[in-house]
Design a binder for this molecule. Sequence first.
Ligand code: ADP
Ligand code: TRP
Length: 329
Amino acid sequence: MKRIITGIKPTGTPHVGNYLGAIKPALKLAAEEEHQSMYFIADLHALNSIHNRSKLKSLTYEVAAAWLALGLDPERSLFYRQSDIKELPELHWILSSVTGKGLMNRAHAYKAQVEQNNREGRDRDDGVNMGLFNYPILMAADILLFNGSEVPVGKDNRQHLEMAKDIGESFNRLYGSTFDLPTPVFAEGSEIIPGLDGRKMSKSYGNTIPLFTEEKSLHKLVKRIVTDSLPPEAPKDREGSPLFTLFREFATPIETEQMAHAFQKGIGYGEIKEELFLVMNRVIAGPRVKYRHLLENTDEIDKCLKDGGSKVRKEAAEHMDRIRERVGL
Ligand code: ADP
Ligand code: TRP
């Protein structure tokens, strides 16, 4: 059985881009019979950017509640908190002892920060903590501890995956074959979901539609999506239209075909937005209720993550014992 593993950073309130770009495809994969999936909340990874206790706690709940509300089945998938697997920081340390600093110098999140510092005339390492610098090593530990996994990630994580492979290989060369090396899985043709201003929807741009915002506010936000100023009767281009891209993601194929036709014939933006709101709300309404319920009953989330953690910890401990032995501890 193929094992799929991926981490979800609790660094922002889940938005429509996260849902369509990451959550929906991952849940589809998890539902396939021949897979065993491990999805974890990467709270240790989030620590390098979130230095506020209650913020980290509430984002962890929001993100976990979103996955559960959207259909993650904790009976089928292993769903846990990274920080509950105490072996991970231990493996991180062992792996960092076989990882060249030069490799980490090339990691893109770190490099981007250094380049920005250079451009803006600051010290090259300004604002860089060791959590950010070591990020790819912890990610390698997440994957290697559970051996031979397929790892679905966005293209932005391609380099991290290559590094996890390199790190696993270095270890295997030094100590004998210990880790299976991961295979990255990139969602094919995955769309960049546009935000309110037409750029990529991202919390960094402040242009998101929070996935579980109340119905009224969803309606308001949809009305704010930018459009050009063509009159209703003018034929409209679907290519690059944020409204059409979003509509297609939430509507049925028949509805999408009808909308494509309406674009060609001419339809007012106000009307498109009403239709878009309806199809979005149809998908989100049920999960929204579940999400709210979970956030009001966070003990249910805790229980679920704790159970998931205890299921994987046994395997983690066994593998960690072998690793300790391999290195002579
Ligand atoms: P943000 O850009 O808001 O900070 P993250 O970087 O935390 O979002 O992304 C979490 C996951 O959601 C990643 O797998 C990322 O590829 C996906 N994702 C985020 N924004 C989009 C988007 N606009 N379109 C498609 N996928 C997205
Ligand atoms: N780096 C991933 C992200 O940017 C999160 C992550 C942490 C991860 N550990 C992982 C993904 C292990 C896949 C496998 O969202």
